[in-house]
Design a protein around this ligand. Structure first.
Ligand code: BGC
Length: 372
């Protein structure tokens, strides 16, 4: 896996065949490019309501599309792949002409999306890549490798590793093994941190230290569950920190895992402001922003999901008009069958000092939500 270095904007020609069910505002005639006007009908398939970000993603995109009179069906699949597949089947049967899918399991949606393709439905992979199929037209996401890299670089800075400081006790975690993003997050972070593990400046008392990026699934938390991260951290602390050792730093790929890790530290008697370790995160969920303000989490990597929604809306507009779809990366996201043309957005580090100027001032969260 390589870091995306592509900043230029490519335009992918859609080659809309006559008869392609393009999407135009209901009751209007699209000016069409070479596409055909059709009733605008979008199926949005989100993985779960159990994480705040997906609620914001789904509702935000629905509002944007409904504001332009699109017909939108938004479904959440409670992290169950069979449910996601049947929801997508219903959306196809219900006349969806464009599908926006954040896959629960990046490997299993091929057959249902091939059914969609057979009916000329356009498929946009949302945030997570869909693997092993031709039937995905575009992908819109944040730079997933960079998310991990920002987490790793933050830890290097905070610990003074470049100055030779250490050794520090590190416990690394990775995301869900069925989520294509999780591999990128881990690779981004581990490319930065592994050299310090090899030098002995970072020590992993539990032994959960992948020798290479490829071994990341060995420390993955299936389904990104906070409770599972908590029990994994409990196990590590109870089994490997028995002689008075303390954990100094936890690589957590996202906010839901960070919450579970924090609960485990509470249980083990750690105290914020004294011996609490550095903990990374991702998403800027409200509970985690509160944790950052309370010194229970060191940082989060913020992905402004409103921007992602706007990018997907732009893709849909182009499909509706029969225009070309703008992407800025045509190399990074190979799904095993094809390289999926992608629009990549930039993630941003947020620490305590940046909560107000970034998250609050941009309206992503309110001061009241986070207790400011
Ligand atoms: C998303 C993250 C999210 C995680 C768990 C990933 O695919 O990119 O933002 O924290 O899934 O839902």
């Amino acid at each position: 896996m390589t870091r995306s270095k592509h900043v230029s904007t490519f335009i992918v020609t859609l080659g809309l065949a006559a008869g392609l069910a393009a999407c135009a505002p209901a009751g209007t005639t699209g000016d069409g490019g070479d596409g055909e006007a059709a009733e605008c009908n979008v199926g949005i398939s989100m993985p779960t309501r159990s994480l705040e970000r997906w609620i914001n993603d789904g509702e935000g995109l629905r509002e944007k599309l409904e504001a332009k009179d699109c017909d939108v069906d938004l479904q959440y699949a409670e992290d169950r792949t069979d449910q996601q597949i049947s929801q997508i089947q219903n959306q196809i049967a219900g006349g969806a002409q464009i599908l926006v899918v954040a896959a629960i399991d990046g490997e299993t949606l091929g057959p249902v999306l091939e059914e969609a393709k057979a009916q000329d439905v356009q498929v946009i992979a949302y945030d997570r890549l869909i693997n092993g199929t031709e039937a995905v037209d575009y992908y819109a996401t944040f730079d997933n490798y960079k998310v991990g890299q920002l987490q790793g670089e933050y830890l290097v800075d905070q610990l003074g590793l470049e100055n030779g400081d250490g050794p520090y006790n590190l416990e690394p975690f990775a995301g869900s093994p069925d989520d294509n993003n999780a591999e990128f997050f881990f690779a981004g972070a581990w490319d930065v941190l592994l050299p310090y593990v090899e030098e002995g400046q970072l020590v992993v008392p539990s032994g959960n230290s992948p020798a290479s990026n490829d071994e990341w699934t060995s420390i993955g938390i299936l389904g990104w569950q906070s409770a599972d991260a908590q029990s994994e951290m409990d196990n590590r602390l109870q089994s490997f920190y028995t002689g008075g050792e303390r954990v100094d730093v936890v690589l957590s790929p996202n906010d839901s895992l960070a919450l579970g890790i924090q609960a485990s530290l509470d249980g083990a008697g750690y105290t914020p402001g004294t011996d609490w370790p550095l903990i990374t995160g991702q998403d800027a969920d409200v509970a985690n922003v509160r944790a950052i303000l309370a010194d229970r989490q060191s940082m989060t990597v913020w992905k402004d999901t409103r921007e992602l929604g706007t990018q997907v809306e732009t893709m849909i507009d182009a499909l509706v008009a029969g225009d070309e779809v703008e992407v800025n990366d045509t190399e990074t996201y190979d799904n095993g069958i094809k390289v999926v043309p992608t629009y990549i957005l930039d993630p941003v580090v947020v620490t305590k000092d940046e909560v107000q100027p970034t998250l609050v001032d941009s309206g992503f969260v309110t001061a009241g939500d986070v207790g400011l």
